[in-house]
Design a protein around this ligand. Structure first.
Ligand SMILES: O=C(O)c1ccccc1NCC(=O)[C@H](O)[C@H](O)COP(=O)(O)O
Length: 263
């Protein structure tokens, strides 16, 4: 595990233990029995979308600091949808990314497209919690958990009908792939923070053909999306490129019109 991820995971474990005291797992499970979650499939949305863009809502990041400190999730999520996002990714980590679990709920109630809860999942408690928030998909980061945890969290997510996006950083982590049909390649080196889209091309050689591949981080031009698409990617997770602008949704709209010209 790399430095910053190690720090995030250590902090997350403490947060989760505190959260368990505030709202024990029994209470989450009891509330889940009464909860109905509208089905929105991330995989289907990406398969049926021309853009394949998962537009991310993030206020800050460890690599860039504050990107859009006062960003309001409701108008941005709505504008992302109107401007052609296939799905949304919403950071719920507060300490490092300035997000909240409530941001996920707000994005869901403001839109009709699938919402990925972007969180550092280190405990099965968070899988149940994600379902209770109403999110459609969770992220499991191979570098943050053991293979046993990955299998266990995936199984729970499948039972809860939550889709799993398994995030990999290198060839060795392909050992984490079991039933996963959504595989993300994170182009960000978590040691240096540098992003290299070449990582996605390199990993394309070892990814299962039957899965849907998503390239994540550092995507900043329609040309990059076109080239990734040619390499077999069907999903493109983009945050900072839109969030750093005054109007993230409009920026997505311009990006997609340039992407169409690229075809
Ligand atoms: O964004 C970071 O600095 C970061 C640092 C450490 C762990 C994860 C991090 N980001 C999470 C993400 O996966 C990105 O927010 C996502 O892929 C979008 O990336 P970008 O388009 O480069 O904002």
């Amino acid at each position: 595990m790399k430095d910053v991820l190690e720090e995030i995971v250590a902090h997350k474990r403490i947060e989760v233990e505190e959260q368990k005291k505030r709202r024990p797992i029994n209470e989450i499970c009891r509330l889940l029995e009464k909860k109905t979650v509208e089905a929105r499939s991330l995989k289907s949305a990406l398969e049926n979308s021309d853009s394949g863009i998962i537009a991310e809502f993030k206020r800050r990041s460890p690599s860039k600091g504050w990107i859009n400190a006062c960003a309001d999730v409701k108008p941005i999520a709505q504008s992302y949808e109107v401007n052609g996002a296939a799905a949304l990714s919403v950071l719920s980590d507060e300490h490092f990314f300035g997000g909240t679990a409530h941001d996920v709920e707000t994005a869901l109630s403001a839109t009709h497209i699938p919402v990925l809860r972007k969180e550092f999942i280190v405990d099965e408690y968070q899988v149940y919690e994600t379902k209770l928030l109403g999110a459609n998909a969770i992220l499991l980061i191979a570098a943050a958990i053991s293979k046993e945890e990955c299998r266990r969290f995936t199984k729970i997510a499948e039972e809860l009908q939550l889709e799993v996006l398994l995030e990999l950083h290198d060839e060795k982590e392909t050992e984490y792939i079991t039933s996963h049909s959504l595989i993300g390649i994170n182009n960000r080196n978590l040691g240096t923070f540098a992003t290299h889209v070449e990582k996605s091309f390199q990993m394309a050689r070892v990814l299962p053909k039957e899965a849907l591949w998503i390239s994540e981080s550092g995507i900043s031009s329609p040309t990059m999306v076109s080239t990734l698409r040619e390499a077999g990617y069907r999903g493109f997770l983009i945050g900072e490129n839109f969030m750093k602008t005054a109007d993230p949704g409009a920026s997505l709209g311009v990006f997609l019109s340039e992407l169409k010209e690229d075809f």
